[in-house]
Design a protein around this ligand. Structure first.
Ligand code: URP
Ligand code: ZN
Ligand code: ZN
Length: 482
């Protein structure tokens, strides 16, 4: 008897990518898809995908994992718990952060995050390097060395007391990125406006979580987008704007793209499914829905859906930032914190795909192929993860097999991160990723994790096409290039 041609055959499913939907079997050998066809020969192992959708594993390019945050707290998750949650939610690649704080040597920070990820990750991963202290040493020594070893994206914050860079430092970072061919991701909000509003709410005794959204005035987002866009245009450096939350922010992105600025943008499920009213709860319960930028209003949700439809926004990430509802997390300042003392962020890596599948596929908003594109294909392309984000011969066999008819009512305690709650509790979604495969190995099956911590792999990334400058810095800056 001859050897089976494949290690694994996924038989009889509906295979969907960002461009095609087909009835096909997938043949997998080792870590790769090696055949897409009808009636493929036998595999050592076979999975019956009849009545199921076979989709590329999700790529979530914005997850905070075991990260020291703006307020000095460590996220609730370990690499093992966050990537286990990712796997259960159908996500097979994440991009997390190596977060420098003031005074830290960037190369040591990156080495430390690598050590943690190597121990715990069950899905593949890469890093954006957060620059909170862009000193000469950071920019001239560490950034070139680290970009050359596969860390081709930088991240900066324009707000948060301990992390933010001012306009001049923002230019320093964009310039270093241009010189080293790296991409730059930005948390763009106007720090002064947020700080000014926060102080006035506190002076008036308006302390509850429900004041958090209004303390980030809407204009604080679009103003920062415009300032970032002006800097990006001046230096001709491509940028990614993280977590668009307002209709004005989406409009600013559309206008700047129309003006020829190479600016990309993401949003997150919380800005599509939640509003400021979610924070208006008795006591401190609203803290569960506190993130920055804050969730907004229904008309913002509609504007963001439209911006996704038009292609102004290209990516839906989770911005997974889990904190427990106790003294180790959200309430580290004591039992009666003001909204300014509560850590920002919510868990999301596991439910990103199910809540979006329900809206986009089951309920039909934008449809199956745009679901795959926004949550997998586009992030893989923009952040340059070859072999990820699609299903093709020669690609990594990173797959999620979805039961499109399974209904799940989300509840606290059913997700796998360590925050201890989910902001989606009580919602029922239709469609669930039942079997999840990473590089040909089954990660999740029959509700159980099958992979070992540490089996995820670091994905070294060069900057891709998205990070390539257009070639036209401002005339003044061009003088610096001569
Ligand atoms: O509230 C959030 N999103 N916390 C995580 C840090 C960030 O702002 O990205
Ligand atoms: Zn952010
Ligand atoms: Zn974030």
């Amino acid at each position: 008897m001859s050897e089976p041609a494949y290690d694994l055959v996924i038989r009889g499913g509906t295979v969907a990518t960002a461009c095609d939907v087909m009835e096909a079997d997938l043949g997998i050998r080792g870590e790769e898809v090696v055949a897409i066809g009808r009636q493929l020969g036998p595999g050592r192992r076979e999975i019956d995908a009849g009545g199921r959708l076979v989709l590329p594993g999700g790529v979530d390019p914005h997850c905070h994992v075991e990260q020291l945050s703006a307020n000095g707290l460590l996220n609730a998750d370990t690499w093992e718990s966050a990537t286990t949650a990712a796997a259960f939610g159908g996500t097979t690649t994440i991009i997390s952060f190596a977060a420098q704080h003031v005074g830290m040597r960037l190369r040591d920070v990156v080495a430390d995050y690598h050590r943690r990820a190597e121990r715990g990750a069950v899905v593949d991963y890469s890093f954006h390097m957060i620059l909170a202290d862009p000193t000469e040493e950071t920019l001239k020594e560490d950034v070139p060395e680290l970009v050359a070893t596969g860390h081709a994206s930088l991240k900066v914050f324009m707000t948060y007391d301990r992390l933010r860079v001012d306009d001049e430092k923002l230019l320093d970072v964009l310039w270093a990125a241009r010189q080293n061919r790296a991409f730059v991701c930005v948390h763009a909000e106007n720090h002064g406006m947020i700080s000014w509003m926060g102080k006035r709410f506190l002076e008036r005794g308006l302390l509850a979580p429900k004041y958090h959204p209004a303390s980030h005035p809407r204009v604080s987002e679009a103003e920062a987008f415009d300032r970032l866009g002006a800097a990006a245009r001046m230096l001709d450096q491509p940028v990614m704007v993280f977590h668009v939350s307002t209709k004005e922010g989406a409009a600013a992105i559309r206008r700047m793209r129309g003006e020829g600025i190479k600016i990309f943008a993401e949003t997150c499920p919380q800005y599509l499914f939640m509003t400021a009213a979610d924070l208006d709860k008795p006591g401190l319960d609203g803290a569960k829905w506190m993130c920055s930028p804050p969730v907004r209003e229904r008309e913002d949700q509609e504007a963001i859906w439209r911006a996704l439809e038009l292609g102004d926004l290209q990516v839906i990430s989770s911005d997974h930032a889990p904190y427990r509802l106790d003294e180790t997390g959200k309430f580290s300042a004591g039992p009666n914190p003001t909204f300014k003392q509560i850590a920002n962020g919510m868990p999301g890596v596991e439910l990103r795909l199910p809540v979006l599948f329900d809206a986009m596929v089951s309920k039909g908003r934008l449809g199956l192929q745009r679901f795959v594109e926004l949550t997998s294909t586009a992030p893989a392309r923009i952040y340059n993860l070859p072999g990820k984000g699609s299903i093709a011969v020669g690609h990594d066999a990173d797959l999620a097999i979805w039961n499109p008819d399974r209904e799940v009512t989300i509840a606290d305690g059913t997700t796998h991160d360590l925050s201890g709650y989910t902001p989606y509790a009580g919602r029922t979604v239709r469609g669930w990723p039942e079997t999840v495969i990473s590089r040909g190995r089954v990660l999740v099956e029959d509700g159980a994790l099958k992979a070992e911590p540490g089996s995820g792999r670091f994905l070294a990334r060069e900057a891709g096409e998205a990070a390539r400058p257009l070639g036209r810095p401002s005339a003044e800056v061009a003088l610096l290039l001569d």
